[in-house]
Ligand binder design. Structure first.
Ligand code: HEC
Length: 194
């Protein structure tokens, strides 16, 4: 339609020369206005939007959240021998771990947390368990108490004693290098540990 009109107008150039009113130009203008208006109404009112089929990425800390939720149900506040191995303590430790340690040591303890990648020395792979400070309950507790000087492993002495024992038990529950405790020696240490 537009093409025919423009071709027609070209052939009529001489006639049109005297005519200050450009008919085909006006029609083309009108057509484009109607088109853009229709298009605008279509896009804003009728079109449902484009579905890019995006799949939301699973939250990075999904495992950690689950661990926290299950572990929160465990009440260890009445445990007066928190250094003695128990499933409740390990479960409680999992939630403390998720909130304080996973960022460096990784959600499952493999030393692959997002904040640990650039550290030197790197965060310990707790599953592998190449311990520098003994790796028995006392050794792990002391690490949490004092940190490891010269590394990013800080002291966690601000956590309640029972939470630190829970962490020790959680580490023992996930590691492949479980160092045996001497129960009597451990109890003697635990009675004084702060
Ligand atoms: C800022 C990062 C960071 C955070 C957070 C962190 N650690 Fe560490 N951790 C390290 C690094 C780095 C090392 C290795 C230090 C070294 O090799 O000298 C380490 C080492 C350890 C070790 C090894 C001890 C040994 O005898 O070899 C244990 C156990 C440990 N961390 C437990 C924890 C626990 C439990 C938490 C949470 C309460 C925690 N860490 C939080 C960085 C971190």
């Amino acid at each position: 339609m537009l093409m025919i009109l423009s071709v027609y107008s070209l052939t009529k150039v001489e006639v049109m020369q005297n005519d200050s009113y450009n008919r085909s130009g006006f029609i083309a203008f009108l057509f484009s206005m109607v088109f853009s208006l229709t298009f605008f109404v279509y896009v804003t009112v009728f079109h449902k939007g484009i579905d890019l089929k995006e799949v939301p990425e699973a939250a990075a800390g999904a495992d950690v959240t689950i661990a926290t939720e299950t572990a929160k149900k465990v009440d260890v506040s009445k445990n007066d021998t928190p250094w003695v191995e128990s499933a409740d303590m390990a479960a409680h430790g999992a939630s403390i771990y998720a909130n304080n340690c996973a960022v460096c040591h990784g959600p499952k303890g493999a030393g692959d947390g997002p904040a640990g990648t650039a550290l030197n020395p790197p965060p310990r792979n707790l599953i592998e368990g190449k311990w520098k400070k003994g790796g028995d309950s006392e050794g792990l507790f002391v690490v949490l108490q004092k940190g490891i000087p010269g590394s990013s492993m800080a002291s966690f002495a601000h956590l309640p004693v029972i939470d630190r024992w829970a962490l020790v038990q959680y580490i023992h529950s996930i590691t492949q290098n479980r160092v045996k405790d001497d129960p009597a020696k451990l109890e003697a240490f635990a009675k004084t540990a702060k």
